[in-house]
Design a protein around this ligand. Structure first.
Ligand code: NAD
Length: 305
């Protein structure tokens, strides 16, 4: 009988090796993270994955009902704080609250909250867009990310360590993929990430972003509803009807049609995995980077016109 050597191998009765499941290393063990917009969609997937990897997580969202329900479903290591990321006092309070709850510690700040803005033809044209709506989208997506970087960095600097990860978009890399305000706001996040990384590296803080292509979340499905039958909600922050399974399937099929990578479907969990990598120490020498998660869409000519 051969010796039981590598710890993840066992031997069956006939002397053949069988692979026992290797325990998954927890990549955020002991860390404290804030996830904005963590109540649903991509943010919810990030929260769930962070918790699985041992983090204590604070969900910061404007949707108190969904945020509190998710926090209580996930257990005592998760809590909720109401926070509108476009309001500086809210962001400051969320960071202070997380640190006070967890011994003054903040390791990871994920700027995930975002809005797409109205999807009507008039709202999407540079010839007829509404300035107030443009301002609203920029305030949530771009100012919200900048305020998150500011207050997270202030909390992280004393320990000379931390990782800030923002969720940008392929619309922050290419034109023609979203309304003007959304595209401008996502390009802003990519730019802010580079600028803040330059400044915060001296304090041991890394700043990166992740740019997804289409993921079948309430945001994208609502946009698709508006684009196709005009039935979508006017306001994309809180009042989006929960998508049906059929809508999710249909949306995923549409997205699959654009990817160069075939045979797989982009899911919220895929974005969360990329965020986890940039949040964890595995990426300890990466800063100022935009990690595109798009099944090859932005490298192909096969784009939405
Ligand atoms: P979603 O609309 O399903 O969820 C967004 C969450 O953010 C919600 O919980 C909402 O309550 C919260 N939120 C909205 N405004 C807020 C504010 N002012 N302050 C705090 N919380 C706020 O959207 P999603 O698809 O999960 O998008 C998450 C992020 O991913 C966004 O930044 C979005 O731009 C980006 N993104 C999404 C896609 C996609 O296809 N779904 C693609 C690229 C990028």
């Amino acid at each position: 009988q051969p010796a039981m050597s590598p710890s993840h191998h066992a031997w069956d009765g006939n002397g053949a090796a069988v692979v026992a499941p290797t325990p998954m290393p927890k990549r955020l063990e002991g860390k404290v993270a804030i996830v904005t917009g963590g109540a649903r969609g991509i943010g919810e997937a990030i929260v769930r994955l962070f918790v699985k990897h041992g983090a204590r997580v604070v969900i910061a969202d404007i949707d108190s009902a969904a945020g509190e329900a998710l926090a209580s479903a996930l257990g005592p290591q998760v809590s909720f704080v109401r926070c509108d990321v476009s309001v500086e006092d809210d962001v400051r309070r969320a960071v202070e609250w997380a640190a006070s709850r967890h011994g003054g510690r903040l390791d990871v700040y994920c700027n995930n909250a975002g809005v797409l803005g109205r999807q009507t033809r008039a709202a999407k044209s540079i010839l007829s867009f509404d300035a107030g709506e443009f301002d609203r989208v920029l305030r949530v997506n771009a100012l919200g990310a900048a305020l998150g970087m500011k207050h997270a960095a202030l909390a992280m600097a004393p320990r000379r360590a931390g990782s800030i990860v923002s969720v940008a978009s392929v619309a922050g890399v290419l034109g023609g993929l979203g309304p003007h305000a959304y595209t401008a706001s996502k390009h802003a996040i990519v730019g802010l990430t580079k600028n803040a990384a330059c400044e915060l590296g001296a304090h041991g803080i890394r700043v990166n972003c992740v740019s997804p292509f289409g993921v079948a979340t309430p945001m994208l499905i609502n946009a698709w509803r508006q684009g196709h039958d005009g039935a979508g909600d006017d306001d994309d922050d809180l009042d989006i009807a929960v998508p049906s399974d059929e809508e999710v399937d249909k949306m995923e099929e549409v997205v699959r049609g654009f990817a160069t990578l075939k045979g797989t479907t982009l899911r919220p969990r895929d974005i969360a995995e990329a965020v986890l990598f940039l949040a964890s120490d595995e990426s300890r020498y990466i800063s100022g980077h935009n990690l595109v998660v798009d099944g090859g869409v932005t490298t192909s000519r096969n784009l939405i016109g």
